[in-house]
Design a protein around this ligand. Structure first.
Ligand code: NAP
Length: 599
């Protein structure tokens, strides 16, 4: 199938979206090729051919040129708070660039059925503005994607950020001009932005893992990726649907798809541990408690390990209590729901014997919920310790496998061979499908940064520098790349924490750093290679003290063939990490070289 065939096959809409998309893709290809992005284009072309592309109608516009102090990339949670903080500081020369058609980042793209946050809404929200916190009311304990998107749009409007943003615009390259001490950012729409500081708010899970099954181009049905879900939604009524993957995205969407489809096949390679969310309307008493104690609770989150108050970690070893007491503790955490179970005992992430108690508890729950013992067995993880792949939080996931119209297909022993014109073939047989949902995750943490041709001093390529794994100082800056900040970059707690706590901590640190530079008439900050090497060694050392490296997880890049196997996030906890970052700042930005003359 060619792209033209694909476009022609789509039904015409009033505004002829297909023609606009084709024109846009062709133009974009030309520009990106001119910028030397052949490799990226192959990936995009692949998706454009085989998946239902959720791009919103493309607004054609002439290329623009900007000269600003701050350019930042990304209009999700990280980009919005960066923008809002700059507005609050009275800084006006800002340019935001966002590839989506609106604000939202993760919550703009991930619109699959059942998409919702798995940290309680009150905790998964900004703390930087009291007025914002006073005004916004969440309706559910765990907000669903549409509510999160409304929240983010509310923030954008409240802080007047729409005027500073270019939507539907993808950054192709960013290069540091040493003579001028400025970054030149170029986009796929031909824009050029010259900026003193470049802030990457590109997200940790924003570049989808591409499906690369043989025969995909022959499939006659519809194909979707959970991370690029069509904005108009999908109706699976009466369909035979295949979901590939059993990570968080699949675990949230499977119960919803099962309720709609005629028949659902779940193709599972590795089972995941999942705990119930116990979602529902937000509890009025909890809202009052949060309101009355907000400052204290927010501070508690900042000083904690995962940045989540609801986890309530204990100092108790899982091995220091009798089996019955241990079971009761796990049971009460299971009833509480969400990540609370992760805080039940202090040693489940570091001691294999302690970890095994948590694994056995969840295995027992799976056996209780799933009626067919063989299905329960297949759903039970065995190849890695509990919690070392990201824990999933679900609503009725295991229960879904009691439905007549749901079939679990274990592709660990009989792998997926090919996509066929009529469905999917494994080593064991053929499955007839009308739609395929690829819930196969993301090129995490480094994917979005490596998709941009970022060049530092002497034309050094970030992608080449990171060919053996990401190298950063504090996950915030990279030696050889002055004035380039990475919000929740690799080497920071990021994905091992409540992203909101980590994002705000980074943005606070960056804001203080910029004020420090401004006060001293300095204009350039750059990590030293020695500080960077020391930090990378520390990140690895701490990870090796835990059980995390024992799982083939996306934390290690293990889900992307050829990606270096390096544990990317900092596992030391957000509280400890914050202290380390603050200590660096208090010592005059130790490990950084500061130079230049004013902004
Ligand atoms: P994921 O956790 O990486 O899961 C991908 C799934 O696809 C895995 O089960 C993987 O199996 C499977 N897979 C990949 N390639 C495959 C292949 N070739 N054949 C068969 N199976 C294949 O991705 P995700 O579910 O999108 O979640 C990613 C992360 O996003 C989460 O861990 C979480 O941090 C975040 N997320 C958060 C929320 C939330 O807050 N509510 C929701 C969704 C996602 P293997 O395990 O064998 O590789």
């Amino acid at each position: 199938m060619t792209m033209t065939d694909d476009v022609q096959a789509k039904p015409k809409q009033a505004f002829d979206k297909a023609a606009l998309q084709a024109k846009y893709l062709a133009e974009r290809d030309k520009r990106l090729r001119a910028d030397g992005n052949e490799q990226y284009l192959r990936v995009e072309g692949h998706l454009a051919h085989y998946l239902d592309d959720p791009y919103t109608p493309v607004t054609e516009r002439a290329p623009k040129t900007d000269h600003v102090t701050f350019a930042f990339i990304g209009g999700g949670f990280a980009g919005l708070v960066t923008g809002a903080r700059l507005v609050e500081a009275g800084i006006k020369d800002v340019r935001i660039i966002e590839k989506g058609g609106d604000f939202g980042g993760t919550w703009y793209w991930n619109r699959y059925p059942g998409a919702r946050v798995d940290i309680e809404s009150q905790e998964y929200s900004y703390s930087f503005s009291d007025a914002l916190q006073d005004d916004w009311r969440w309706t559910e304990r765990y907000a669903a994607q549409p509510e999160l998107l409304s929240y983010l749009n509310h923030v954008a409007d409240r802080f007047g950020l729409r005027k500073d943003i270019r939507f539907e615009t993808r950054v192709a390259s960013a290069a540091f001009d040493e003579a001028a001490g400025r970054w030149t950012v170029r986009t796929d729409k031909g824009d050029t932005v010259s900026a003193r500081f470049c802030i990457m708010a590109t997200g940790c899970l924003s570049v989808t893992n591409e499906p690369k099954f043989p025969g995909m181009e022959t499939f006659k049905g519809k194909s979707y990726h959970t991370g690029r879900w069509p904005h108009e939604g999908v109706d699976f009524t009466g369909q035979r649907v295949g979901v590939i993957g059993t990570g968080s995205s699949a675990i949230q969407s499977i119960p919803q798809i099962a309720a709609q489809a005629e028949q659902l096949y779940v193709f599972q390679r590795t089972p995941n541990y999942s705990v119930p969310a116990h979602n529902g309307p937000i509890d009025a008493q909890k809202v009052e408690h949060w309101k009355a104690n907000r400052a204290e609770l927010r501070q508690k989150a900042r000083e904690s390990g995962a940045g989540i108050v609801a986890v309530e970690p204990t100092e108790l070893s899982a091995l220091a209590v009798e089996a019955e007491e241990r079971k009761q503790i796990f049971e009460s955490r299971w009833k509480q729901g969400g990540f609370a179970i992760g805080g039940a005992f202090i040693d489940t992430a570091i001691d294999p014997a302690a970890n095994a108690t948590a694994a056995e508890f969840v295995a027992g729950k799976i056996r209780e919920i799933v009626k067919d013992p063989r299905i329960a067995e297949t759903l039970t993880p065995k190849s890695y310790p509990f919690g070392t792949k990201r824990l999933c939080v679900d609503t009725g996931y295991y229960e879904t496998f009691n439905r007549e119209n749901v079939t679990l297909v274990d592709v660990s022993q009989a792998p997926i061979e090919a996509i066929t014109p009529t469905g999917l073939r494994t080593d064991d047989g053929d499955y007839a499908l009308d739609s395929i949902v690829y819930a196969i995750g993301f090129d995490a943490m480094t994917g979005a940064l490596n998709a941009i041709d970022i060049r530092g001093r002497g034309g050094m390529s970030l992608k080449e520098k990171w060919s053996g794994g990401p190298l950063t100082y504090l996950g915030l800056m990279v030696a050889g790349f002055p004035n380039l900040f990475t919000v929740t970059g690799p080497g920071s707690p990021s994905v091992l924490s409540n992203m909101l706590v980590s994002i705000e901590q980074h943005v606070d640190w960056i804001a203080d750093c910029l004020a420090y530079l401004g006060d001293r008439q300095l204009s350039v900050i750059e990590a030293s290679p020695e500080a960077e090497a020391g930090w990378v060694a520390h990140v690895n050392e701490v990870a090796d003290m835990t059980l995390y490296p024992k799982a083939n997880s996306w934390y290690l890049g293990a889900n992307i063939p050829g990606k270096p196997r390096v544990f990317m996030p900092y596992v030391g906890g957000v509280g400890v990490y914050r202290e380390l970052c603050n200590a660096v700042a208090a010592k005059g930005y130790e490990g950084f070289a500061l130079s230049g003359q004013g902004a």
